[in-house]
Design a protein around this ligand. Sequence first.
Ligand SMILES: Nc1ncnc2c1ncn2[C@@H]1O[C@H](COP(=O)(O)OP(=O)(O)OP(=O)(O)O)[C@@H](O)[C@H]1O
Ligand SMILES: [Mg+2]
Length: 361
Amino acid sequence: MLKEGETGVKDGPGGPALLEESKSAGVPLEGGRSDGEPAPGAGGLPSEVPSRPGGGWLRRLLGRVWSSPPGSPSPDTPAPEPGSPLPVVEFRHVSKVFGEGTRQESVALRDINFCIQDVPGRGEFICIIGPSGCGKSTLLNLIAGFSTHLPPTTGEMYVYGQPITGPGRDRGMIFQKYSSYPHRTVLRNVTFGLEMHRRELGLSRREMDDWAREWIHRVHLDGNERKYPHELSGGMQQRVAIARTLALKPRIILMDEPFSALDEPTRYDMQDLIVELWQEQQATVFMVTHSIAEACYLGDRVWIFSPAPGTIAKEIRDLPLPTEPALVQQSRPEFEEVVREVTREFQRIVTEKLLEQKRAQ
Ligand SMILES: Nc1ncnc2c1ncn2[C@@H]1O[C@H](COP(=O)(O)OP(=O)(O)OP(=O)(O)O)[C@@H](O)[C@H]1O
Ligand SMILES: [Mg+2]
């Protein structure tokens, strides 16, 4: 029933400082950062921009934020031509060793190869699962271009054909920890990234506020604009982080266990929200999760990482599309069967790798 994907991944082995990057970021914080960039050379507004009061001028504003005016492309990643055949993200033989040559040496990733093409008008949703410490966050941090992780120990990494040499506004990160500025209101948290890029986006304060309010509306936080993060629930705080990151319309969204701190019902709500927003954004998403059900629900593909040193041990495709609300669909027997199958595969990979490591000792 589950098939392996054809692109780039083989079955089997082989297969922060707070503001450091905030200039390129919608975000923050204790170890958290995020970047985002205007839409890929779109020039003009997506048709799904909601028509709300003031829509005329809002559309003009969005035209600026989401189009590709002079100066808007990320400094390190030029916006690709529409319909560009360049892969969104490509890794060739990437390995990452921390503390190389020291007693603390740790091989986080080994020989990672993949090539994610743009899926026009849609993007692709890649979910990454694997045991703790197998390099999932390391992979996201490398794509994000965080200085704590660059350069990789071996291999090459590209975003839209450009080597990854640092963060860029084309990539937005959402972390597990609620990464909001505690001294800023919800509105000011969401305008943060826009403020960082205000000049190049050519936005007035009023335009930024309106755009941020639009995003606050999209993440269903209307009426909370003046509140501070400590006045919000965990789910609401994570919505703020999502709004702040997506307000910059990143072409690549990186999410590292974004919902793992949330209770189960809130988690389903957030999955529904992500499905809704992703369909609008048409971005490529890499999401790390420890929930196999979440991965099967959200992912077009699921990558199962082997225990450390991390490799993409298996890619699973042909997963159910999220056509119903998360709670409804994930309660269906046929969905539960898919989750069981992926879980069995996960366990097989972990067990085999551990046995292999034991034999090698
Ligand atoms: N900045 C760093 N310096 C040194 N070692 C690191 C650093 N970041 C990660 N590592 C090491 O790399 C390995 C992989 O870590 P990583 O955080 O990527 O794992 P993970 O799969 O995300 O785990 P988890 O599921 O627990 O979040 C671990 O052994 C970790 O200790
Ligand atoms: Mg991690």
